[in-house]
Design a protein around this ligand. Sequence first.
Ligand code: MG
Length: 108
Amino acid sequence: MDKELEKYSIEKFGKNIYQDAIDKWGENSQFDQMIEEMAELTIALSKYKRLAYDNMLEKPEDKVMDNLYEELADVKMMFEEMEYMFGREKINQWYDKKMQKFFEELYK
Ligand SMILES: [Mg+2]
């Protein structure tokens, strides 16, 4: 488990919310939750894209936008939980590699 995130959580919330979630619902349910939130974001983004681009609406209605922001936040929260569970060091190593490749592709 990621010790830096544990420290951050305790400083911000007075508790290790990442570990408390595992203790309350179990590791397996955290994976299910991550998968479900990603699926919900897929739907929200797809809906936004359909209205904003395919239907050429300048700005989709508020409930579509609210749903998109909500699902982005849900995925962000669950991604933090995954970072806690798997540790950010390895993820960040891959992130740096991927960003380097992305940078090269973008500016070649
Ligand atoms: Mg959700």
